[in-house]
Design a protein around this ligand. Structure first.
Ligand SMILES: Cc1cc2nc3c(=O)[nH]c(=O)nc-3n(C[C@H](O)[C@H](O)[C@H](O)COP(=O)(O)OP(=O)(O)OC[C@H]3O[C@@H](n4cnc5c(N)ncnc54)[C@H](O)[C@@H]3O)c2cc1C
Length: 445
């Protein structure tokens, strides 16, 4: 009797989605799994970042109490003790004022809305967070949906400035389904409409999850090929699939691609892709600062001032101990960009100069001498754009090439884009593949 040769399975992309899918496939014991990652390290948006002598996350990441798939994976990987919870909360900046929005009293004192408008906002949030069917917000224009739930005054004074400062030129293209998903996700971290948020953070950063996941994958016998960019995927001989990289070409029984939709389309022939999913993505750039002193007690400062060049001010050392970073305070100034945004063409120095000038408007006491280290980071496919009013596509993992599957952020349309949704999607895709490839083991003489 010969050995049972396990089908060879390729996973393309070493971000959270690829790692979670590869772990599920390898864990089934049914496949010989190879993960392909173009960078020197796996991680994607969850990569670590060298900031002078510190290592922090490239992009800020928190875990919410409802992120059960993430929390359970953190536990399974032996990192439970690294998950810390805090009530760092949020502030709002507008009309030259920085105010807290953490407690019910803060909500009553909130200066940017009248009392009747606050009641309208609170009732709107309660009503929206009870909507179960995302087709409802997806089917109407964002403005009509906001006006319907919050009234025109709250929409003008809060939602429109928030959307414009967060999404810039892309604000009119943000669907109501996305706002619905954001409200539901954040409500899950709060008690009451203005109750304090409970935020989790992994010490020393979400990159610890990536490193543990990659270690677990290697232990299970899977192969991780880094610095290995996939250039194309084609049908091979005898029902196999050929994965062509910059250096070689390999046959697999099946392939799961976890790249963002535009990256997926770059490696699969166009006619091979199931249509209906959003192909437009927002990019992101962020100035990452290690500061000698803290700016505020808030994890996030939301901006109602549309003239500021960034989207928000995120101080992650309000959820992570600054002691983990030699006492430095980590601040991220992010900005989502459309592909035509002139910021994309500007140098890191230009971006840093512009953003630091904006930071001084919020914190007039801030000085460049407060900066211990600084980097500018960029990612082209941070956030898929589901067009307002378009029906939400169903997550279909198939492509038109038999044996080639896809699972990526463009399929997450019924919740906010986050690691928890990625893990669930990745596992569902992996289970589909396990089901559909049953019985494909071959006997090796
Ligand atoms: C600014 C920011 C803040 C965020 N904050 C949070 C948060 O607080 N909480 C939360 O839960 N989530 C957060 N997220 C979301 C989370 O980071 C993403 O949902 C997640 O990282 C997406 O993982 P992915 O594997 O789908 O994609 P990616 O991370 O994009 O991974 C794709 C991988 O594929 C690789 N690749 C691309 N092309 C090729 C190729 N041709 N060949 C081989 N490899 C290739 C890339 O190098 C990359 O490693 C945040 C995201 C951003 C951008």
């Amino acid at each position: 009797m010969g050995d049972l040769l396990r089908p060879s399975m390729a996973v393309i992309g070493g971000g959270v989605t690829g790692l979670a899918a590869a772990a599920e496939l390898a864990g089934s014991g049914r496949f010989d799994v190879t993960l392909y990652e173009r960078n020197e390290r796996v991680g994607g948006h969850c990569l670590g970042l060298q900031l002078d002598r510190l290592v922090c996350d490239r992009f800020y990441h928190v875990v919410l109490p409802g992120d059960t798939a993430t929390i359970n994976w953190i536990k399974e990987l032996g990192l439970a003790a690294n998950l810390v919870w805090s009530r760092a909360g949020s502030g709002f900046f507008g009309k030259g004022r920085l105010v807290p929005l953490e407690t019910a009293l803060d909500f009553l004192r909130f200066p940017f809305l009248s009392l009747p408008d606050k009641v309208r906002l609170a009732l709107g949030i309660l009503r929206v967070s009870r909507i179960r069917d995302p087709e409802d917000p997806a089917s109407v224009s964002t403005e009509d949906w906001l006006n319907g739930h919050f009234g025109p005054r709250v929409t003008e004074k809060i939602w429109k400035p928030l959307l414009r400062s967060k999404w810039g030129d892309a604000a009119p293209r943000i669907s109501a389904a996305f706002i619905w998903a954001s409200i539901r996700r954040l409500r899950g971290a709060r008690r009451g409409p203005a109750g304090r948020e409970r935020l989790g953070a992994l010490r020393p950063g979400i990159h610890a999850l990536i490193e543990a996941a990659a270690g677990g994958l290697r232990e299970s016998g899977a192969h991780i090929r880094v610095s290995c960019r996939v250039l194309g995927i084609e049908r091979g001989d005898g029902g196999s699939v050929r994965v062509r990289t910059e250096t070689d070409s390999n046959l697999h029984h099946a392939v799961l691609v976890t790249l963002a939709e535009p990256e997926l389309r770059a490696i699969l022939p166009a006619e091979r892709i199931v249509s209906g999913r959003p192909t437009a993505y927002l990019g992101i750039l962020a100035v990452v600062l290690a500061l000698k002193k803290s700016l505020s007690p808030y994890y996030v400062i939301n901006l109602l001032d549309e003239k500021l060049p960034f989207t928000g001010i995120i101080e992650t050392t309000n959820v992570l101990p600054a002691a983990d970073f030699s006492g430095r305070h980590l601040v991220y100034l992010p900005k989502y960009t459309t592909s035509g945004d002139p910021l994309n063409g500007r140098s890191d120095d230009d971006v840093a100069g512009l953003f630091l000038a904006g930071l001084t408007r919020v914190f007039p006491g801030f000085r460049e001498s407060d900066i211990a280290a600084m980097r500018v980071v960029r990612a082209p496919f941070a956030q898929p754009l589901q067009a307002p009013g378009d029906p939400l596509p169903a997550a279909d993992f198939h492509t038109a090439i038999p044996g080639v599957y896809a699972a990526n952020t463009s399929m997450i349309t019924r919740s906010l884009h986050n690691i928890d949704a990625d893990i669930r999607l990745a596992r569902e895709a992996a289970r589909t593949i396990v089901r559909e490839t049953a019985g494909r083991e071959t006997v090796h003489a």
